[in-house]
Design a protein around this ligand. Sequence first.
Ligand code: ADP
Ligand code: ZN
Ligand code: ZN
Length: 719
Amino acid sequence: MTITRVALPIAAEQLFDYWLPAGVDAPDGSIVRVRLGHRRLAGVVVAHAIGSEVEQSRLLPVEAVEPLHPLPADLLELASFVSRYYQAALGMVLALLVPPLGAGAAARRSDDVAVRFTEPGRTQLPARLRSAQAIALHQRIVQLDSISPIVLATFDEAERRFFRSWVKAGWLAPAAVPVDAPTRVALNAAQAQALDAILSARGFAPMLLHGVTGSGKTAVYLAAAERFVADGGQVLLLVPEINLTPQFEARVRAMLPGASAVSLHSGLADGERRAAWEAAASGRAAIVLGTRLAVFAPLPKLALIVVDEEHDGSFKQQDGVRYHARDVALFRGRQRGVPVVLGSATPSLESWAHARGGRYRMLALPERADPQSRMPDVRFVDDREGRKREGLSDATLQALSACVARGEQALVFINRRGYAPSYKCWSCGWDAQCPRCAVRLTVHRDARQLRCHHCGHAQRLPGACPECGNVDLLPQGFGTQRLERALASALPTARIARVDRDTVRARGAFADVRDRFEGGAIDILVGTQMLAKGHDFPRLTLVVVLGADNALYSADFRATERVFALLMQVIGRAGRAGLPGEAILQTDFPHHPAYRAAARHDYATLANTLLEERNDARLPPATHVALLEAQAHDRAHVDAFLASARDCAMQCRAGCEVEIFAPVPALMAKRAGFERGQMLVQANRRPELQRFLPAWRAQLATRSSSRVRWAIDVDPASF
Ligand code: ADP
Ligand code: ZN
Ligand code: ZN
């Protein structure tokens, strides 16, 4: 009897044996359906055996083998690496590699993005259409600037089918991308040099493409992709944001019209994701574009990996298997012997340190690609001086008003959604706290609610202070909603819209606002960091940043690095196409080195300073850390578990050069009703940490109780 060893998506570090019915073939990597207790699970066959230690009468059969490509050997090896490195059960890691099973009938995401006809879609498509209904549909929508979800909702089933096939064939492209965008540009000298370095790399070659915003990094990736694809290879392109994939995909299709490209991200319907996965696994898809999960796509002909905006926090998964897609991409590049290009205007200090130390090749694009475009001037407005109206200084309002009067556009950026970040009693000092988290509640004025942005708790705005009965309660501080109102009253003729998680919850809403802004129907866009990434708006000439100071008060040692990166990104949004741009930063600390460096568009100096600080303080990337996080309803249980975890770390340290820190409460000491604590383990050399962790984790597993939930986060992104 053939026994298969199956890894199942459960936290236990164990494989399960099942017998394989005669005549059924399930090589290693096959995705199978089995029973575990009362549950039916999908798992991955990782080994075969002749017999099992489990008593024969208790062995269950494999119930079905999924008709999918088995996971190839290199992916099984990758999963095993990720499981070891990130201290996660193999079955949980493999679950990330398995595409959604059973073609789902859920709505297709591609329907939710506003699109419009490309030039060939306008002119050449009609001659190819046969059915009268298709011709009529084409006539009806060909002149629209943008076919948004609202228009789509009017289609019947047959029209939807035509429409989808046109999208698929590339006759329609996301509306945010200018139809007449030059599909191909002649690379400038710096770009050509970078391209040359990528193309001449042999085997594994990590490279950092450091280029200011608008320097033409994407043009370099795509030119490199074109060459690798022409040689029959597959290219993996990782991007941080689902919202950016349609735009990026359109650019890929425009630049590489012959190459078959698929997208892989969690916003796709199951059936679509599975089809994309199959296209990657079979080698049919030459370009696989996706968010962090796509790093696990099967790619038999992998020839190049690109990680765009490599510094972005969304590449790190914060729960379950806490992998960092950029780091997994680097492992994969080494495993497969292919170049890995990390691109960013503001590289992570980790990558910057490697590039400076010579472990990564540094490729620099110091200038904007478009010779007409200059980096915007940055002006500081001292928040402590002058008159202000609802948080907006006179100077800021004047600049906004002048910008709108010139027929140009502005972006007002604040990293807080809601109306105000706290609600306060001026008589006794009480402020509204979440009953389940150690944070203040945010005022949502339209809904007349206080909401917690961490656990979802919501309650009515109280009319009086629960402590002293005073009715004079005031929202304190500013969020996107409050700014939107303030701007509307200060600039009554400006057309203003807001973009944050509250306004773009509905599918397609983000693309819709972006299209309206691009089409000139909005003058001022107010929003959170969602707006910071990757969007090119030619008439956007003014960027205003408010509330950046908040991040400087954070206790997280990466706060300065993050606020600096974010500032460089937002500032880089302004003045992309010939029109001079300006950025205004309202701050209490106009002389802060991070702000000054951002104003000079000088990444390197600040990055080097920060690296020195990290070195002196023995913080990453100068050291390597893992964080043990624990939570329980009762603080005493958290403390007891962490105290025992510390003892246990001291015991099983045995010769590993690691430093073990005392347990402390998490930065957010309570969340969603759970008390939280953490404990840091640090090493000067990564292998020492990697040697220590498995033994410690095994010990922790024997000591934990059902009352305490815990996890080890290797290379944690935040504290
Ligand atoms: P990045 O990815 O670095 O932000 P992009 O690749 O998006 O930059 O390029 C920014 C803008 O410059 C785009 O509009 C692009 O079409 C244009 N561009 C890129 N390379 C060139 C070039 N060599 N000559 C002229 N324009 C270019
Ligand atoms: Zn009070
Ligand atoms: Zn809460």
